[in-house]
Design a protein around this ligand. Sequence first.
Ligand SMILES: *Cc1c(COP(=O)(O)O)cnc(C)c1O
Length: 392
Amino acid sequence: MVALRALIRSSTAAAAAPVPFGASKSSGSFKIRPAASLAGASSRDPSELYSDEESIEGVNWDKLGFSLTPTDYMYTMKCGKDETFERGGLAPFRNVGLSPASGVLNYGQGIFEGMKAQRRKDGRIVLFRPDLNAKRMQLGAERMCMPSPSAQQFIQAVKDTTLANKRWVPPFGKGSLYMRPMLLGSGAMLGVGPAPEYTYLIYASPVGNYYKEGSAPLKLYVEDELHRAYQGGTGAVKSITNYGPVLRAMTEAKKRGFSDVLYLDPVHKRNIEEVSASNIFVIKGDTVSTPATSGTILDGVTRRSVLEIARDIGYKVEERAIPVDELSDADEVFCTGTAVGVAPVGSITYKNNRIEYEARNPSVAGQLQAALVGIQTGLVVDKNGWTVKIEE
Ligand SMILES: *Cc1c(COP(=O)(O)O)cnc(C)c1O
């Protein structure tokens, strides 16, 4: 136990020293420590380091929001001109060193993923459909002209990072460990072009509710000036270039008391697309509808899972264009995403008109959220094999 505490302290101290992962190999690049040498100075068995008997002082699991709490370890794996990722491993969480001329800093060559590790009642930790995140990273990498780790490399690294930060996975029912895999053009160059080196990086942070409203219904604002994505663009992948451009609309909406922004299709400004980082669903009678993914919408893992669960429960499910006018006729609206789960919408404001949705009990959103979380936490039978246990 003492060894762990000492290690944590040393990892905090190391935070000041940047990891020069963008540096070329010849200039003395950062040596990635393989997982086996995680113990560092200590010669103890790594499983001892992973012990979660160690309490984490200062963390109130009941007060977790969606903010960064740095954890013990992060994962990095590099790939050079030969396009093969290798020699990945864990190292203490710390700042990264990048050349000012790196592709990601200059030309936005980067994508990310978001997933959660959850603790079940029996203490075991599970991931949810990590194969879909791995696949999505590969699709994104293709679109952004980057080589990507194999699905197996992607998933193994997420498992290793989760296990190394095991003590940060909140107790059952108190939240989850949010995992943030990234793929970055870390190599340096000057002219516009793909970077000469790439880094796959994963860090983790314990999280609770995404919105400060907690699980209270969201107040959405329909933005009809600024757009999130366009045909032929990168809206369908989790490119880092999709998020900077929506910050203004988001910030202005939040200043005016809204929770988030709902975007419209950029051509006709007629159909709803999605929210800044979540998908949108509309309920009418026994039909569950969501906009079809046609290149401008991110195909969320939660979106896909909720569609499958809804179909399974017996709802009629539709993926189609949804005119914004349909919102005034809906029985229920909700958002889905790894970070938000299934979040009910209480009101939508469009062109100075406010549509309000009465809280229903029971609600379709509540039913779907219960089924989804139930599968994730092991309270509902996972007949499709969506959850993946982290081996210890
Ligand atoms: C990540 C994200 C989502 C939700 O995807 P999940 O896989 O369900 O977390 C939806 N929309 C956007 C724009 C996103 O970035």
